[in-house]
Write a protein that binds this ligand. Structure first.
Ligand code: WTA
Length: 654
């Protein structure tokens, strides 16, 4: 069961009904709930027809006969890139800015829908020339620059499948993702800007392809960092050279709605990341629909900004596909919030008159720590809606966000969803819902959520339980790349029976007496660090891959700034104990994890211990280690083989 305390999440009692002016102009009207309730499947069919262009209309909405493998709109055909580009130009909106891009060093470009369409057409021709066809996998390892968006859309335009790997992941992580998906091509950059420095992406790609066994034929390199890169003739190609040579015309072909759109790797409970597979029609329907209704998007007047990196699901759904399908104007920013000064984000909101802003609680908390004097020096009056995603937002941060960034008046939507769900699943609708800080509140129209006890029966409010999605939804994952068994096992075995399929999300939740859902964090071995998912086992594997480590256990410990932080406990090999001081070993191992997985996984602390707490069946009791890491009184230790172990560890950690 979840460990977060319900009481600590709900000490804020104020409620915030929508302002009358907001409701009057909002895209979603209260009837949306009734419509979806009256005919859930029909509701999604209407959304698909209203919001998307179909090359060939669908006649069947959902085929669930092969559950848990869903097919939505299966006999329909569409082109995802056409939906995000050409049709806006054809509708007369070619001059509308699609992307106001800002580089970290201060360079900027504003790109219209007509320009973006033209660039994607050229890029699609380049990829086609390199042999990329429908179904082929292309890895994208890029900074947040417009070319990352162009690359994703060009791949989608050809009916090929992208696998975007976050630029902060190591060469090792990139290699395993390229290999798992058998990528044919890698699109990268010579570097990207982060905290005032260029990080060398191309070098990492070279490292990932070093053993020469991969299926990659070419590496397409965008010039961004202007740093020296090694070059393999024949394999490596400059993006700008190839685009300049490419044909400007490219006609978008329709692909079936279930054509795979992308694979995105995410951490699970076991060591190896899972390749979450998403397809085209259902995914695009739900991200377009939620982007429009949850963010109350008015594409003619709004300027939207989601701060996520394109390497995460939030970047896929709410930077690339949702906003572009809806013809939105958005801000895209390459760098970190505090470079070159801690007011950089607020400066960008002021500069582009951002009206809808979507970010993560961890960022909000770090700004809170710096104080309101920084945002107060900027003009944030353009903001009319705020959003939050990635982890529970504590009421204190919620109130600060509303007061300081939202001038004490702006609605906040706290959106719960996952890489697997593809799009937002639980959120208020800002013109309809009375907002309650600390709660993601209600399923969006057309989504069915339940909170179950361990025995699978619905819990009575206000008890806590496990969150499940009880009916299939359009943007649901269609599987784990290459591993259908793991797909069933991970999500569908726990609460399904007979013909009733329930998706187990891995989150604990609680329903309060108003029927609002409060998320309580993960119930499995997945950690959430600054809104990023990390697996305890993956980090343990990285630690034991180091020659000085005999055994390792990793826990996510509560952290004021990052939500959770990685804390590791290691036993050194006996021949290594004297060779390393505890500090040396700890420093070495933190760097090792960073090199193996990426800096986001670097443990906050590595404790060298003599033993780990184990049950009689040999299972490590992470719960007790978490108590130590969080400086708490130890929980029940009676199932340990040796109860003195915990006293020793506590002593060592102190
Ligand atoms: C957590 C990110 C509480 C949750 C979109 C989920 C949240 C995991 C919220 C998915 C929220 C995300 N409130 N918890 N509003 N949003 N989570 O796949 O534990 O990176 O299971 O997707 O983040 O993380 P992922």
């Amino acid at each position: 069961m979840p460990t977060n305390s319900i009481d600590s999440l709900l000490h804020e009692n104020r409620r915030f009904p929508p302002a009358a002016e907001f409701s009057a102009q909002s895209t979603a009207k209260p009837s949306i709930y009734d419509d979806a309730k009256a005919d859930r499947i029909g509701f999604w069919a209407d959304q698909a027809r209203e919001l998307l262009h179909w090359h060939k209309p669908f006649t069947e909405t959902l085929d669930w006969s092969n559950a848990p493998f869903a097919r939505w709109f299966a006999d329909g055909e569409l082109n995802v890139a056409y939906n995000c580009l050409d049709r806006h130009v054809l509708a007369g909106n070619g001059d509308r800015v699609a992307i106001h891009w800002e580089g970290e060093p201060g360079d900027s470009r504003s790109i219209t829908y007509a320009e973006l369409t033209a660039e994607v057409k050229r890029a699609a021709n380049v990829l086609k020339g390199l042999g990329i066809r429908q179904g082929d996998r292309v890895a994208v390892y890029m900074p947040v620059i417009p070319e990352a968006v162009v690359a994703m859309l060009a791949i989608a335009r050809l009916g090929a499948v992208h696998s975007v790997v976050f630029g902060g992941f190591s060469s090792e992580s990139l290699r395993s993702r390229i290999d798992d998906a058998d990528a044919k091509l890698v699109i990268t950059a010579d570097g990207g800007w982060r905290k005032g420095k260029v990080f060398p992406l191309k070098t990492a790609v070279d490292g990932a392809l070093e053993n020469g066994t991969s299926t990659v034929e070419h590496v397409l390199v965008v010039k961004r960092g202007e740093n020296d890169v090694e070059w393999i003739e024949g394999r490596d190609l400059w993006w700008h050279d190839e685009l300049a040579k490419a044909d400007a015309e490219h006609e978008a072909e329709g692909f079936e709605a279930e054509n795979p759109l992308f694979i995105l790797y995410t951490s699970g409970t076991t060591g190896k990341p899972k390749g979450i597979l998403h397809t085209s029609g259902g995914y695009l329907t739900q991200v377009a629909s939620t982007h429009r209704n949850v963010f109350d998007l008015h594409p003619e007047t709004d300027v939207y900004w989601c701060t996520a990196d394109v390497g995460w699901i939030t970047g896929h759904s709410y930077v690339v596909y949702g906003p572009l399908a809806n013809g939105a104007t958005q801000v895209l920013y390459e760098g970190t919030p505090d470079t070159p000064h801690p007011g950089r984000w607020w400066e960008l909101i002021q500069k582009y008159r951002v009206s809808i802003f979507y970010t993560a609680p961890t960022a909000i908390r770090s700004f809170m720590k710096l104080g309101r004097s920084i945002p107060d020096t900027f003009d944030l009056s353009s903001i009319r809606l705020l959003g939050s995603v990635g982890e529970p937002i504590n009421p204190e941060a919620w109130i600060w966000y509303r007061d300081v960034i939202g001038a004490g008046a702006t609605p906040i939507v706290d959106t719960w969803w996952q890489t697997e769900t593809g799009g937002i699943m639980i959120s208020a609708l800002p013109g309809i819902t009375t907002l309650k800080p600390g709660s993601a509140q209600v399923p969006i129209p057309g989504i069915k959520i339940d909170i179950l006890g361990e025995d699978g029966t619905r819990v009575d409010p206000p008890q806590g339980g496990l969150l499940v999605v009880s009916e299939p939804w359009p943007a649901m994952l269609r599987g784990i790349w290459g591993d259908p068994e793991r797909f069933r096992e991970t999500y569908w075995t726990r609460f399904s029976s007979g013909n009733t399929w329930k998706y187990f999300a891995g989150d604990g939740a609680h329903v309060d007496s108003d029927g609002d859902i409060v998320l309580l964090g993960r119930v499995d071995d997945v950690m959430n660090v600054s809104g990023h998912r990390l697996s305890t086992q993956e980090i343990e594997s990285a630690l034991v891959s180091h020659p000085i480590v005999a055994e390792a256990a990793v826990v996510g410990a509560a952290d004021e700034a990052t939500g959770q932080a990685v804390v590791a406990f290691v036993i050194l090999r006996s021949d290594q104990e004297s060779a390393q001081t505890v500090e040396e070993a700890s420093t070495l191992l933190r760097a090792h994890v960073s090199q193996q997985i990426g800096a986001i996984a670097r443990p906050r602390q590595v404790f060298v211990v003599a033993e780990l707490p184990k049950t009689r069946s040999g299972k490590i009791m992470r719960r007790l280690l978490q108590d130590v890491a969080e400086g708490r009184e130890l929980g029940d230790t009676t199932t340990l083989t040796d109860t003195t172990v915990m006293q020793i560890i506590t002593g060592q950690v102190k």
